[in-house]
Design a binder for this molecule. Structure first.
Ligand code: PLP
Length: 421
C-alpha cells in the first residue's frame, strides 16, 4: 500500500537517552582517567579505581551485596551463565521478544533455549512460563523489554515454588521499578547494559548484580581470567577456577557511567513524563490500545508500544509515521528482538563445526523448533503492534509535534475508519 502525502513532518532527537545528558561532568570524568594515565580497572600508576567505585555505587543504589562491572551486557549474560553453571542437558526459559544477546548467552553456554510467550505487557507471560517448565529447566531469564519491568512477583513466585533460579535481563530498563522495587533486585542475579541505546551509557559496558557470594565470585572469574580478582590480583588457587572471557570494563567507561548513574533518575523521569503526556494527548484515538503497564511510576519510559486491531493496520501506521519522520517500527520488523528473525536460532546454527550445542547428546531430547509459529500468541501480538522511541530530551513543543504526527499518521492509515465501521 502507498504511503499518503505527509502534511506534517518532525525532526526529533535520536533515541539515545544517556548521551543527550552528556556534559562537562562526563568530559571531566574521562579526562581525569586520561590525566592520571590509569585506564586499567584493576591497577595502575595513579590508580583511580573508578570501576571499583562504580560497583560499590551500583550495589548500594540497588541494595545488593555485589556488583561486577563488565565490558557489555552480552558478556555479562555469558558470565552469568557460567555463574549459574548452565550447560548441556539444561533448559533456559526466555521470552520470544528479547535481544539476540539474551538467547546467544544460553546457546553459547551449551544449553537449550525454551521460548515463552509474551502477554500484552510485551514481557514474559507467567502463565506460559509455568506451562513450559520441565524437569530440565535450570534458569528463568525474563527480559524487561522496552523500558518496562516484567511481572517479577508472579515470575519469582513460580521460580521459588519450582526451585528454579532467575536471571533478570535489565539491559533496556535501567532505572525501572515495580511498585518502588527496582529491576535487578528481584532475581538471583541481574545484568544491565550501558550500550549507547540504553538509559545511561558510556557507549559500551554492563554490570552484574547479585546478593550471592558464590554467584558473584563465579561471575567475576568468568568475565575475565577464569579466576576472580581480589585486591588487584588474580586469586590463582581460587576454588572457582574456570575459563574466562576477558570482558573487563575499562576505567574511562566506569568514570563516565558513574556520572551518568547520578543522572539516571532525571533521564528516566523526563522520558516517562513525555511518554505519558503524549499518550494522554492521544487517548481519544480509536482503534489502538497501549501496551499494558502495571506501574506507570516504575516505567523507565524510553518507548511507546501500541497495539492495533490487525497486522495490516499496525503496518500501515508504522509506514505513515515513518514517512513523517517519527521513528516507528512494526514489531515483526524489529530485527534481532524477535525470536523468529534470528537466523542462527531458527536454523540452529553453531559456532563450531560439530553443531554444538544442538548436537550435544545431553540436548537431543530437549531441542525445539524455533521457527515462526513456535509462539502463536507472541506472533499475533507483535504482528499488530508498533514501537516508537521517546527521546530523553523532548521539549514541550517537540512533544506536541510528536503527538501531531502520530495523530496524522493514525488518520492517514485509516485506523479509526477501519475499526469504527
Ligand atoms: C534486552 C537486551 N539484552 C542484552 C543486550 C546486550 O547489551 P550490550 O549491547 O551491552 O551487550 C541488549 C542490548 O541491546 C538488550 O536490549
Amino acid at each position: 500500500m502507498n504511503v499518503s502525502e505527509p502534511t506534517k513532518q518532525v525532526s526529533l532527537p535520536r533515541e539515545f537517552p544517556g548521551v543527550h545528558y552528556y556534559g562537562e561532568d562526563e568530559e571531566a570524568a574521562a579526562l581525569r582517567v586520561i590525566r592520571q594515565r590509569s585506564p586499567f580497572r584493576y591497577y595502575g600508576a595513579n590508580f583511580l579505581a573508578e570501576a571499583d567505585s562504580l560497583e560499590k555505587e551500583y550495589a548500594a543504589r540497588l541494595g545488593r551485596r555485589y556488583a561486577q562491572a563488565v565490558s557489555s551486557c552480552t558478556s555479562g549474560l555469558a558470565a552469568a551463565m557460567a555463574a549459574f553453571r548452565v550447560g548441556p542437558g539444561q533448559e533456559v526459559l526466555v521470552p520470544g521478544f528479547f535481544w539476540v544477546s539474551t538467547v546467544a548467552a544460553i546457546v553459547r553456554a551449551g544449553a537449550v533455549p525454551v521460548l515463552v510467550e509474551i502477554d500484552e505487557s510485551f514481557t514474559m507471560d507467567p502463565e506460559d512460563l509455568e506451562r513450559k517448565i520441565t524437569p530440565s529447566s535450570k534458569l528463568i531469564l525474563p527480559v524487561h523489554m522496552c523500558g518496562v519491568p516484567s511481572d517479577m512477583p508472579a515470575i519469582m513466585a513460580i521460580a521459588r515454588r519450582r526451585g528454579i533460579a532467575v536471571l533478570e535481563d535489565c539491559a533496556q530498563a535501567n532505572g525501572a521499578m515495580l511498585h518502588g522495587k527496582p529491576v535487578g533486585t528481584f532475581g538471583d542475579l541481574a545484568v544491565f547494559s550501558f550500550q549507547m541505546n540504553k538509559n545511561i551509557t558510556a557507549g559500551e559496558g554492563g554490570i552484574i548484580v547479585t546478593d550471592d557470594e558464590t554467584l558473584y565470585l563465579r561471575a567475576n572469574a568468568a568475565h575475565d581470567l577464569g579466576v576472580p580478582w581480589s585486591g588487584g590480583l588474580p586469586v590463582q588457587d581460587s576454588p572457582h577456577a574456570m575459563w574466562g572471557a576477558g570482558a573487563r570494563m575499562n576505567e574511562i567507561a566506569a568514570a563516565i557511567i558513574r556520572v551518568q548513574l547520578r543522572k539516571l533518575d532525571a533521564i528516566t523521569a523526563h522520558m516517562r513524563a513525555s511518554k505519558y503526556r503524549i499518550r494522554e494527548a492521544l487517548s481519544d484515538l480509536p482503534g489502538l490500545q497501549w501496551r499494558r503497564i502495571k506501574d506507570r511510576e516504575g516505567d523507565s519510559g524510553p518507548f511507546i508500544v501500541a497495539m492495533f486491531a490487525t497486522p495490516e493496520a499496525a503496518g500501515r501506521f508504522a509506514r505513515e509515521a515513518s514517512a513523517r519522520g517519527l521513528t516507528c517500527t512494526h514489531l515483526p520488523d524489529y530485527g534481532l528482538h524477535v525470536y523468529c528473525n534470528v537466523k542462527a536460532l531458527i536454523e540452529k546454527r553453531s559456532n563450531s563445526a560439530d553443531g554444538f550445542p544442538w548436537t550435544h547428546p545431553a540436548n537431543a531430547a530437549l531441542v525445539r523448533d524455533y521457527r515462526r509459529g513456535a509462539l502463536p500468541k507472541t506472533d499475533e501480538l507483535l504482528a499488530r503492534s508498533v514501537v516508537c522511541p521517546v527521546p530523553s530530551n523532548l521539549t514541550p513543543s517537540q512533544e506536541n509535534e510528536y503527538t501531531a504526527v502520530f495523530r496524522e499518521a493514525h488518520g492517514a492509515a485509516g485506523i479509526g475508519r477501519l475499526i469504527v465501521t
